[in-house]
Design a binder for this molecule. Sequence first.
Ligand SMILES: C[S@@+](CC[C@H](N)C(=O)[O-])C[C@H]1O[C@@H](n2cnc3c(N)ncnc32)[C@H](O)[C@@H]1O
Length: 273
Amino acid sequence: MSMASSIAPVYGNYHGYYSKRPFVRDPRLSLLPPSFFTGKAVLDIGCNEGWVTCEIGQIWGAARVIGVDIDETLIRGAWKRRRSLWSQQSPGRDVMERNENDNSSGVFKRSKLDRVTDSHSHYYFPASCEHSHESLPIPTDTIKEGHFPTNVIFRTADFLAEPVSERYDIVIALSITKWIHLNYGDDGIKQFFRKVHESLNAGGTLVLEPQTWETYAKAKRLDEKLKENAKHLKLHPGNFPTILQNIGFGPPRHLGSVGEGGFHRPVDLYIKL
Ligand SMILES: C[S@@+](CC[C@H](N)C(=O)[O-])C[C@H]1O[C@@H](n2cnc3c(N)ncnc32)[C@H](O)[C@@H]1O
């Protein structure tokens, strides 16, 4: 039984989330400078089926990325995503020099950072092969440390329930604050931000995509407990910048908003002072 065992996705633990929000490259990550993740240790909290986590490890050059999610079925899906991407990765394409730095739209494109491969340009072991033959095995001896897929791992955990045991250069918290807030209340969201702060090295960065207050109304209807919890909330997402600064982050840097319809949300950076 999953840690997030209820039938309604009360933690935002949507199964098939990325079929509703599909991407080849996640537009939220394109808001970041191209070398943002290069060589960095990254924690992705609420990683769902690991699409963003894998992209950071495979395309954006992170040294290591750990994805954590409360729902163990989603974490199984994340390991599967990692295997699939590995299967489809074309072999031995070292640095691809591209000159795609068109920043006219405010969205950075990659340049010179495609350290290993571009999984989408050469379907070396296409998805159709994977469906009939299963994923290619991941060799344990030939992949260098810090390279995909060994630089990406996943773990089932309630981030709020676990002590902080490691520090990271970057913490990613995309579309998760509403679920923490509705399940654990005002104290819970404050604790969440304190734990994020504790999980970062000095000078490290939080990448935050908070859901707006308006979207809480629909979410709380999923479950009586969420509805009850919502009645006691005094804090709103508009208060998050102040809470974060009181904890020890610098002021937010707003990168912009991407995503369609209800997924159009801001992405903000906070540096640990
Ligand atoms: C709406 S999804 C967002 C997925 C992903 N971060 C993205 O934006 O593409 C929120 C995820 O957070 C996870 N989650 C919610 N509460 C959590 C907690 N306390 N600890 C770990 N994961 C949690 C859910 O299971 C779900 O997969």
